[in-house]
Design a protein around this ligand. Structure first.
Ligand SMILES: [Zn+2]
Length: 287
């Protein structure tokens, strides 16, 4: 299935590429329609968010970091591979959809675009500490940047052998959801609640993740005209495949879930697909 997104508008998106790889590599080509299920990898797909793994991020070996100036040549980055082009198109669409949503609700001046760092070379310095490709895609609130190692897409293709472009857009839209949570102040509220209730830390983290899934659905729901019927199924499969219950095979007790069960994640996406972000807001309404 192909989502028919418009090509990104030059100068409308914030992209860069850090790390040792310079311009991101990665094979061109798409994934066909099909199932998307690989538990362990799927877990990385939706990332270990910095908020959740701050300690882990900081403990990353210095040697894995790669520094050097980031490449900010939008054309070079966005045309370096089919995946990069797709990510740039997705980012532009997400920016437009969310800017309009904020505008419609009277919060236009609150909206800020995130940066997308399509880093290469395995390691990257972020505003949240050192990151590396084993962490999967993640969002750093401190520098409002979504980090995706482009080799991740290769792994996704090689190991999954299937998935469809909507699954990849969904990954980006989920991380973008964390950006929305940051600029609306929801992240900060959850963080405070976690500090006040350490025993509910994981439970609150699950709500954050489910809301990001829901926001991903909102973006898709507001762009339904660009989506083919099978796309939504791909997203639903992806959401279901990466629930904590499936991934851990029942070995981890429910209190230790950090991303929600398969059923919860599918439900969150479905809720978002109705196209009203205010329905997602209720997910973290813990007051
Ligand atoms: Zn997340």
């Amino acid at each position: 299935m192909r989502m028919r997104l418009n090509p990104f508008n030059t100068g409308n998106i914030n992209v860069r590429s850090s790390g040792g790889g310079g311009v991101p590599g990665g094979k061109a080509g798409g994934l066909g329609c099909g199932t998307i299920v690989i538990a362990a990898l799927g877990y990385f797909v939706f990332g270990l968010d910095p908020m959740q793994t701050a300690g882990m991020v900081e403990s990353v070996q210095q040697g894995q970091q790669q520094s050097g100036p980031a490449n900010t040549d939008e054309q070079a980055i966005c045309t370096s591979s089919a995946y990069a082009r797709e990510a740039c198109n997705g980012l532009d669409s997400l920016n437009q959809t969310w800017a309009a949503t904020f505008e419609q609700q009277g919060f236009g001046d609150q909206f800020q675009q995130p940066t997308l760092d399509l880093y290469g070379g395995g390691g990257v310095n972020t505003g949240c500490g050192a990151g590396n490709s084993s962490m999967g895609p993640f969002y750093c609130p401190a520098d409002q940047t979504i980090y995706i190692d482009t080799s991740f897409y290769d792994t996704l293709e090689r190991q999954l052998g299937a998935g469809g472009d909507f699954a990849r857009y969904y990954v980006l839209a989920h991380e973008y959801g964390h950006h929305i949570q940051t600029i609306t102040g929801i992240s900060q509220q959850i963080r405070s609640a976690q500090q006040q209730n350490p025993s509910r830390r994981n439970q609150l983290q699950v709500l954050m993740e489910l809301q990001a899934d829901c926001y991903a659905g909102v973006w898709a729901g507001k762009n339904r005209n660009l989506i083919e019927p099978g796309d939504i199924e791909e997203g639903m499969n992806a959401a279901a495949a990466i629930g904590d219950d499936r991934l851990t095979g029942g070995r981890v007790s429910k209190e230790n879930f950090t991303h929600g069960t398969s059923q919860q994640r599918s439900q969150a996406l479905r809720l978002g697909l109705q196209g009203d972000d205010r329905a997602c807001d209720r997910i973290t309404n813990i007051g």
